[in-house]
Design a protein around this ligand. Sequence first.
Ligand code: ZN
Length: 473
Amino acid sequence: MWAWLFARHHGGKFILRIEDTDQKRFDPNALQTLMEALRWIGIDWDEGPEVGGDYGPYVQSERLEHYQQWARWLVDNGHAYYCYCSSERLAEVNKQKQAAGLPSGYDRRCRFASPQEIEQLAAECAAEGRKPVVRLKMPLEGETRFNDLVRGEVVFENKDVQDAVLLKADGFPTYHLAVVIDDYLMGITHITRAIEWLPSAPLHVTLWRAFGWEMPQYAHLPVMLNPNGKGKMSKRNPPRDAKGNIIPVMVHDYINGGYLPEALANFLIGVGWSFGDEREVFSVPEAIERFGDFSRISPANSALPAEKLEWLNGVYIREQLSLEDLAKRLKKPLQEAGLTVDDARLLKVAPIVQTRIRTLNDVVAMAGFFFHDTFKPPTAEQVIQKKMDAAITYRALEEAIPLLETVEPFTLEALHTVFSDLGQMLSLSNSQMFGVLRVAVTGQTVSTPTFETMEILGREETIARLRTVLGLL
Ligand code: ZN
């Protein structure tokens, strides 16, 4: 999201590239889901799948010839070498290193073998039906430094860095090789990626230098941690909120959960980045305006502020949506709950739920009753309010009916006055009197307010409902 804001701020191009070279982990359905999620939240791309561009294809598995060609170039020019070791040998090397208390990793046998030894190893490898991998010749001493846009100058000791595999035996590149070649060929100027890639950065810097290409700018960004601050958010091990409920990590869970794309965008942009002026609520265009550099990003990983999204979503529903827009968005959850939605009625319901719901889905529990085919009456216990009994509750409803028949006009204000007076006459507080009426007309204890609801239902429907409830008491 930040990379997109940065590109949009500078009038640059935002590129969507699909890195699918880890064939074991790649799920083709995931790509469609990912693109849907990006579009839903408002991220568009200037080049990439479904959009095209001058530097395609934008799917790495369709670019294998580039990687193979440049891997050969690296070997031919002394920056990389073929490694013929079997996975069994690599495992054995690691075991021995561990036993000797050394850090694990490849022992560089094939880098330093004599030409005769290489010939022998190559022959064995071929006889076993295996292909060699290509490994980077990482400098053995000295340091690799580069300037990170979030972290400033970063320094690595070369001796701590492995001769990483660049091209695998199956002809697929690793991330290290593919990302550098693609970033070069696609003319990338700025790379933003998660902090967990920082340890690989010296490999990439070494590759840029080996190729003799001008290196883009790197920004290694903080990641979102679980709400308790421990561990990175992951879908395999989903985080939980203070009450122990699972917090979804996939955008689709938020789409289905009744969240607004505007609120989720605001939320995601704000975790680890500050808008300034202590502002928590800002639009995407406002964030683009401010996102000229990476200086407002905190380098440290931040814990997910689990409650903030729901709060923000409520703010957007209350303050940012017109009633027409809100009504349009409420239709989907109501329909998905199996209700037949009348648009004119929904437009009347929208203002009375607007200040009371925090997700769009909340409308179903609170105001779904407006769209039931037949009235589902409450139980007697639900209608009877605090410090009341069945007799006085019955009386309140009984007296209410003739008043509903005659009150003019049938509006919120007039109803309020009439029933306030009735409550007084029966020695009931407004909360008791209005509570009885509210549960009676809505059929539920948590619902929209009494007189607004009556106004929408209309005189006849309101009276019919009270009569039904009266029969139950
Ligand atoms: Zn080897």
